[in-house]
Design a protein around this ligand. Structure first.
Ligand code: PDD
Length: 280
């Protein structure tokens, strides 16, 4: 695989980042994951806007213009022959010559790393036909989840807790309400109304979320942006999650209780079809 690091395209085995990189030492960095379907980048503009916002909230210098970032994405897709898959992009505050809690001087160049993940048939995932099972766990992450930082230890532990419990993923709960999944936004459907938590600092502002809600409204579906509890979700007609890597993924079980018929529901199935059709 050819990867990109700080201005160079290199074989992955030759790509190197300093041991003093603040992404490595302090999780001082942000990232984006953009999907590729049929060689086409899905919603690059949304991802690059969110990247810009994450960088500016953390006062990390933007290393290059969106045009240049887009060019790197395209180049990696071409060099690695990606039909379906993901592109991971990470930007950190860079590598000063030592470890220090204080931010380094402005001369420190941000570190820029991108790589591809080939996933043939990404849009035809078998899980979309069966749906996934989730468990609930407390949300103990920091208070700025609207910034897409590389602090992914707790979400990663959540995924492992889910697997240990025989489930696929975890929904995080704070003050009695679901915030989001470990790496996706969470939704329920009651009757014909789609319910998902309102935007705020408590959740990541999903790029897929924005697109799906727009398509839902265009299709005259009712959308309510508000918090919901695990009990409300278990009693809902349907549940699902969205992300750049799973698109729209039905959730059929929450903490052992079947949602609706325990199979992917018509609203989630329809939204998945619309999303894939409209964004390809
Ligand atoms: N995760 N919430 C969290 C906590 C996420 O990590 C993600 C994305 C989302 C969905 O955002 P989007 O629709 O823009 O992908 C919501 C990516 C896919 C990841 O970490 O791999």
């Amino acid at each position: 695989r050819t990867v990109y690091v700080n201005g160079e395209y290199l074989p992955e085995t030759e790509a190197k980042v300093s041991i003093f990189d603040r992404g490595f030492l302090m999780a001082d960095g942000v990232y984006e994951v953009t999907s590729v379907l049929g060689g086409k980048l899905i919603d690059f503009e949304g991802h690059s806007k969110r990247l810009e916002r994450s960088l500016s909230e953390l006062q990390i210098r933007k290393p290059m213009e969106n045009e240049a970032l887009l060019e790197i994405h395209r180049e990696l897709v071409a060099r690695n022959g990606i039909e379906d898959g993901l592109i991971y992009m990470q930007i950190t505050r860079g590598a000063p010559g030592d470890r220090d809690f204080a931010f380094p001087s402005d001369e420190t160049e941000p570190t820029v790393v991108l790589f591809t993940q080939s996933k043939p048939g990404l849009a035809d995932s078998p899980a979309a036909k069966t749906g996934i099972k989730v468990i609930s766990i407390p949300d103990i992450r920091w208070g700025r989840r609207d910034i897409k930082t590389v602090q992914l230890l707790y979400p990663s532990m959540g995924k492992m807790m889910a697997k240990a419990a025989g489930a696929d993923d975890a929904w995080m709960v704070e003050e009695g309400a679901v915030t989001e999944g470990t790496s996706n936004n969470a939704y329920i459907v009651k009757g014909s109304t789609i319910i998902t938590r309102q935007l705020g600092k408590e959740i990541l502002h999903g790029i897929t979320r924005a697109a799906v809600l727009r398509f839902a409204r265009e299709a005259q579906m009712k959308v309510e942006e508000r918090a919901f509890t695990i009990e409300e979700a278990q009693a809902a007609d349907e549940a699902f999650v969205t992300s750049a890597s799973t698109f729209v993924m039905p959730v059929v079980e929450i903490d052992g209780a079947s949602v609706g018929q325990g199979t992917p529901g018509p609203v989630a199935t329809r939204l998945r079809e619309i999303y894939l059709e409209e964004s390809r």
